[in-house]
Design a binder for this molecule. Structure first.
Ligand SMILES: Cc1cc2nc3c(=O)[nH]c(=O)nc-3n(C[C@H](O)[C@H](O)[C@H](O)COP(=O)(O)OP(=O)(O)OC[C@H]3O[C@@H](n4cnc5c(N)ncnc54)[C@H](O)[C@@H]3O)c2cc1C
Ligand SMILES: NC(=O)c1ccc[n+]([C@@H]2O[C@H](COP(=O)([O-])OP(=O)(O)OC[C@H]3O[C@@H](n4cnc5c(N)ncnc54)[C@H](O)[C@@H]3O)[C@@H](O)[C@H]2O)c1
Ligand code: SF4
Ligand code: FES
Length: 811
């Protein structure tokens, strides 16, 4: 008869131990699992990705409901064990379910630490630990604007990034002067802070929280120094505590965590513990890699496989915030007896530090370029002697001597050594996937073994293993599908549209065998754009494939109202135009009239059914403030009035705006023209910036003043106004034809490189061909609001009344 195994805690550590046990001894136990959360086992690590909008809840399930059934496991999800009778070997849930065991695993994880502040029980004060918390944040972001995250550690910063992606204003409160002080030194921490500030996060450092303000729901946070910050949502990310209450109440020895020996056994016979709740040699871990190592040892023990037992783990961390590469491992601070090698490149934003003691690498911090992370981590764990080649550890062979390459490292790894700590995948499992299952790219390996699918820190090692096993030529260059509905890349899709003359999204989906019938919110607008770009005459814009703002030709606001932004060429208006705008604002009771950063006037708080009437009364062109299109052309006063001006920037700005208005582009496009190098129109943070110089103009490209600030690259200098217009047209069309949908010029220029763009535009005949194509497209555009006003059926969608045709059809 099978023995009975009960697992309390359906989380990452406990279920991983069961998975490993099933591999070693599939028939040894009848298994019962209890989990408080009403979900199957999921990857908690990826909650950060769910919050950031990069993954769905369904994508993060590790073992679905069927897995339990297929392995004969009884799962009680949504049930909390409240009692363990260690004498009778029975557990009981608060809902009354009982289960007898021969062996019991406690894997109850941790509880987020909630600061015991006055007001901490208010609505809107939460932790970030499980699916429920994640959903609460996503819901809150739909209604509220201001989030405060308390704690500038890994969790706090990942929460902050996610909340920024949800369009919330985020302030991170941290008790120390430096962020992530448990993982980074001051230099790396300062670099991290300035990078995150560029992403729009605000930091309140050295702040000790005093209380949470508000009546029923939180409205703010007060600090001990008397200052306050507004908040509609407060996320506490100030650390975790092992969840030990159940063990303690039932006579199992507990210190900070549940005390276990090298075989993960507690002081009570047949009771084991793994995961964040367990304390081994005085350490309770908070990262998955060590928990999986514990699981592996426990599985061996339960399966009767001899082993040396668990010896403790060295840990490494990687912050999962897109656009920021941070790695930390081992002991990274300088102590007596340690020496370190550092490299700092402020131009590239790179910092690397390796700490060495007694000839061995004992710790490392990397910022900006973390590609050496896995290699350094392997060195820390192996304790290899690097005496005499300390510099090569960081600088590679350029520093002389013979430090090992990444390939040497993976070659030297033992087969059972873990490559992907997040998913507990060994070198042997990866090599097996390559040799036996035909995996030939990092993506294949991810799909097959899960390695590299969580924090991504092991990707370089996985790539090295591929090269080692298959040779450079055998590794598949990975093409990324434009979304989950297809494996076809942007270039393949555009090529198919062109070569097969596909003109509707349905055709594209059929011909390229889309996996879903209707596509998704990512591919449908992208296809609609590519089709319009390739076939401006033949393709009919598919309104339903556009986002709500573009469908309605107005920006939806957080309260469900819209904004109206008429075009004001070059930011130049007249008393007559201003009077008209004022009259319309009064007539429709517009609650707010505001100047935008792009030199125009925003009428905010407009009801949907007033939109067509207001546009009819305004009789001005749409400013496309809502679209992936040319937005504004900002100008300074230039030589007309300014004593420094060398050229007429206003006339140039108006010329460009009139020429390119209504142009559909992969992502929004902003232009600016400055009348002299003082650059008052801030042309060097625009998608296309024009700066007047003595005897001509400088043309700048790829700038961005938004979340990721980027200064432009200088494309070229030209002499005449006509040349400015020609280059602008050629550049915009080249961008339209080559960028991915939703890719800003700042990202595109970095991806394809300025040299490629310069080469494509260098020859006059190439520029003229591009200009001819952009002019064709422009000649086919019409003002959307004029069209809506004129067409009853379109107007009816705004007035929320059935259109005359529909009414007639029903009668
Ligand atoms: C947002 C986020 C991002 C993270 N990112 C990373 C990362 O990038 N890298 C990394 O290494 N780590 C990361 N971590 C930490 C990692 O997720 C944890 O170390 C890991 O999940 C701990 O696993 P565990 O099984 O010990 O605990 P848990 O995953 O917490 O599982 C314990 C489970 O037991 C259940 N339980 C508790 N008591 C009972 C009871 N009495 N009866 C029944 N069920 C019970 C709990 O509800 C829970 O579901 C992250 C954590 C979070 C929250
Ligand atoms: N990428 C990753 O590896 C990753 C991501 C998220 C979470 N995690 C893990 O999840 C667990 C929880 O993460 P965490 O960041 O909450 O824990 P943590 O203990 O690593 O960091 C908490 C941070 O909050 C700060 N803090 C403490 N009290 C504060 C206060 N009163 N006001 C402001 N700041 C305060 C601390 O100085 C510390 O930097 C950890 O085990 C962590 O390793 C890991
Ligand atoms: S950029 Fe030069 S010309 Fe334009 S306003 Fe500034 S100083 Fe005057
Ligand atoms: S180590 Fe995190 S995904 Fe592999």
């Amino acid at each position: 008869m099978k023995k009975k195994l009960v697992l309390i805690g359906n989380g990452m550590a406990g279920v991983n131990a069961v998975e490993q046990l099933l591999k070693l001894a599939p028939n040894a136990y009848e298994i019962t699992v209890f989990g408080s959360e009403p979900h199957p086992n999921y990857n908690r690590i990826l909650l950060s990705s769910v919050l950031a909008g990069d993954a769905d809840i369904k994508d993060i399930v590790i073992n679905d409901w069927d897995w339990y059934k297929d392995n004969g496991i009884t799962l009680h999800a949504g049930h909390t064990v409240s009692k363990i009778d260690t004498a009778r070997k029975v557990v009981q849930t608060s809902s009354g379910i009982t289960a007898a065991y021969d062996d019991l695993i406690l894997a109850t994880g941790s509880l987020p630490f909630m600061l015991p502040l006055p007001g901490a029980d208010k609505e809107g004060v939460i932790a970030f630990r499980d699916i429920q918390d994640c959903q609460t944040m996503i819901e809150a972001s739909k209604k509220y604007k201001k989030a405060v995250v308390i704690g500038g550690g890994l969790l706090g910063l990942e929460a902050a990034r996610g909340l920024r992606n949800l369009n919330m204003e985020v302030s991170v409160v941290h008790i120390f002067k430096y962020l992530m002080e448990r993982q980074l030194d001051e230099t790396a921490s300062s670099m991290l802070r300035s990078e995150l500030e560029k992403q729009g996060m605000r930091f309140l450092l050295e702040k000790n929280t005093d209380s949470i303000l508000g009546k029923k729901r939180v409205t703010g946070v007060r600090f001990k120094d008397g200052t306050e910050v507004d908040a509609d949502l407060v996320v506490m990310a100030v650390g975790i505590r092992p969840n030990v209450a159940l063990a303690k109440e039932n006579g199992i020895e507990v210190n900070r965590g549940i005390v276990v020996n090298d075989y993960l056994a507690t002081n009570v016979p047949n009771v084991y513990s793994v995961g964040e709740c367990a304390e081994h040699r005085g350490v309770a871990y908070g990262l998955v890699a060590p928990l999986y190592e514990q699981g592996s040892e426990l599985a061996k023990r339960l399966a009767g496989v001899e082993s040396a037992g668990y010896q403790g783990s060295v840990v490494s961390t990687k912050l999962k915030v897109s656009g920021v590469n941070v790695f930390s491992a081992g002991q990274f601070t300088d102590e007596p007896g340690t020496r370190s090698v550092r490299v700092q490149d402020d131009f590239e934003g790179v910092y690397k530090k390796v700490v060495i003691k007694d000839g061995k690498v004992i710790g490392s911090v990397l910022f900006g370029d973390t590609s050496d992370g896995s290699k350094l981590f392997a060195m820390i764990r192996s304790g290899e002697d690097v005496t005499g080649k300390e510099k090569q550890v960081l600088l590679g062979d350029n520093a002389g001597g013979g430090a090992k390459s990444g390939l040497d490292y993976v070659a030297a790894m033992a087969n059972d050594e873990i490559v992907c700590g997040c998913n507990g995948v060994s070198k042997g499992a990866i090599v097996n996937a390559i040799q036996e299952k035909g995996c030939a790219s990092v993506n294949d390996i991810k799909a097959c073994t899960k390695a590299s699918g969580s924090c991504g820190g092991c990707k370089p090692l996985v790539a090295d293993l591929l090269t080692l096993t298959l040779g450079v030529d055998g590794v598949k260059t990975v093409k990324e599908g434009i979304c989950g509905c297809t494996e076809h890349s942007r270039d393949e899709v555009v090529e198919a549209i062109r070569s097969m003359r596909l003109t509707t999204t349905k055709e594209v989906m059929n011909v390229l065998e889309w996996k879903t019938e209707e596509g998704c919110s990512k591919c449908r607008p992208a296809l609609n754009y590519y089709l319009g770009m390739a076939w401006p005459e033949e393709h009919e814009d598919e309104r339903d494939s556009r986002f709500v703002n573009e469908r309605n030709h107005a920006n939806i606001q957080k309260d469900g109202t819209y904004s109206v932004v008429p075009r004001i060429y070059g930011g130049v208006t007249s008393p007559k135009e201003l009077k008209k705008i004022a009259e319309v604002a009064e007539k429709y009771d517009v609650p707010m009239v505001k100047f935008t950063g792009g030199q125009r006037i925003d009428l905010l708080g407009v009801k949907k059914d007033d939109l067509p009437k207001m546009w009819a009364d305004l009789d001005m062109p749409s400013g496309y403030a809502y679209g992936k299109a040319l937005r504004t052309v900002k100008t300074c006063v230039g030589s007309t009035f300014c004593r420094f001006g060398t050229q007429d920037s206003i006339a140039m700005g108006i010329e460009l705006e009139k020429r390119f208005e209504r142009l559909n582009t992969p992502a929004k496009v902003k232009l600016a023209v400055s009348g002299c190098p003082r650059n008052c129109a801030e042309a060097t943070i625009k998608d296309f910036g024009v700066v007047a110089i003595d005897g001509g103009w400088e043309l700048h490209v790829g700038g961005n003043g938004g979340v990721k600030v980027r200064a432009t690259d200088l494309l070229c200098k030209v002499k005449t106004e006509d040349e400015v217009v020609e280059w602008a047209g050629a550049y915009l069309q080249y961008y339209r034809e080559n960028a991915k949908w939703n890719e800003r010029t700042s990202e595109w220029v970095q991806r394809v490189g300025l040299d490629t763009i310069s080469a494509a535009l260098e020859k006059k005949e190439d520029r003229e061909a591009l200009v001819a194509r952009i002019e064709k497209t422009l000649s086919l555009t019409t003002d959307p609001w004029k069209e809506i006003i004129e067409k009853d059926q379109l107007r009816a969608t705004f007035e929320e009344l059935p259109s005359p045709e529909l009414t007639a059809a029903k009668q």
